[in-house]
Design a protein around this ligand. Structure first.
Ligand code: ADP
Length: 335
């Protein structure tokens, strides 16, 4: 068992030496990782101490045990590592929700691959739909009432292409095409797109857009996806009925987009995990749990950050912060 290996674990972990005695075996600490030190800082130099002395007799049984330390509950996994050596790692009870996702990290790699294949397979038929819809549009008489429908087909097909590409980005972030974007205009554009969806039929949008918002240099399609995701989550949280309030402004050298809903808000115990891939509280087959983790990735790539909190009135508020760039400060190759 190489010691560095446990440094990579995102949980406190210890390698112990099993000392056989007449009673229960004791576990002497040989090595502990940084996470362990962070979680139990009072135990500054624990090498040579017995785990039993620190936390109680829960290290002998292979598999899962449980103990309390300073009013916090921990799960501990005991795994035989070598002759006479064991690996123990600790998961705080409140972190439990996150734990399965850590195990499923390899799913991300296969998802990336699958997404690549899906995206590839979808792209040709979608391009076909776009082509025929455009041909149809050209053939329609100028005053035909069907222009609106064909325009919707074109817009929605483009969205499908974007989603397929977005999924591809998730597995393997691609270099995007960047341009100067008026974020107020982009918010309105996404609104125009969603307002016809059944989910948004009874959602009222209200706006407070900062008039002289500076343009932001970024990937329009990706930022559109972030906005769409936040809108959709809000509408779903409100079960299709309520209000979405959109505000833009400038704060501390950042452009800030604030999207507030009148839904139930995000429960405290769920809040730390909403940006984790595959974390969803939605019914089976309704949510993928990828939406916000993709948003987070996109905003981060643009050197921004996201904040979430519940409002006093109980809804959720998502803030997206983008840095105010000057043209000289831009480094396109970063995006
Ligand atoms: P998905 O939408 O597939 O569940 P996301 O990553 O977009 O995945 O969202 C993760 C979780 O965050 C949701 O399942 C939900 O619990 C929570 N969430 C996101 N937005 C809101 C919101 N506006 N109000 C309440 N909960 C939200």
């Amino acid at each position: 068992m190489r010691e560095e290996l446990i440094e990579e674990l995102p949980f406190p972990a210890v390698i112990s030496e099993v000392i056989k005695s007449e009673e229960e075996p004791q576990h002497k600490i040989l090595y502990f990782n940084t996470e362990f030190y962070k979680k139990f800082p009072f135990i500054s130099d624990s090498t040579g101490l017995f785990l039993e002395e620190l936390f109680g007799p829960v290290f002998a049984e292979p598999g899962l045990s449980y103990f309390s330390y300073e009013n916090q509950n921990f799960y501990v996994f005991n795994v035989p590592a070598d002759t006479n050596k064991k690996l123990h790692f600790f998961v705080e009870e409140s972190e439990w929700l996150r734990f399965p996702h850590w195990f499923h990290r390899d799913r991300l790699a296969s998802l990336g691959k699958l997404a690549g294949e899906i995206s590839h397979e979808l792209n040709n038929p979608l391009s076909g739909i776009l082509l025929y819809a455009n041909l149809l549009k050209e053939e329609l008489p100028q005053d035909s009432p069907h222009h609106l429908w064909v325009d919707r087909i074109i817009a929605l097909t483009q969205r499908c292409k974007t989603i397929a590409r977005g999924l591809l980005d998730f597995g393997k972030p691609e270099k995007g095409k960047c341009e100067w974007i008026d974020l107020n205009w982009l918010l309105k554009k996404v609104y125009e797109l969603v307002k016809g969806y059944p989910l948004f039929r009874h959602i009222n949008f209200s706006w407070k857009l900062y008039e002289n918002l500076p343009a932001f240099y970024g990937n329009r399609v990706q930022i559109e996806q972030v906005i769409l995701n936040i809108f959709t989550n809000a509408a779903e949280a409100m079960k299709g009925k309520g209000e979405i309030f959109i505000k833009t402004g400038i704060k501390n050298d950042h452009i800030v987009i604030k999207i507030t809903d009148t839904g139930p808000g995000i429960p405290k115990e769920v809040m730390p995990y909403i940006f984790d891939p595959f974390f969803t509280t939605k019914e089976k087959n309704k949510g993928t749990g990828l939406g916000l983790s993709i948003c987070h990735g996109i905003v981060k790539k643009h050197k921004g950050f996201m904040r979430v909190y519940n409002t006093k009135q109980a809804g959720a508020c998502f803030e997206v912060h983008f840095p105010l760039y000057t043209r000289e400060a831009l480094r396109e190759d970063d995006l």
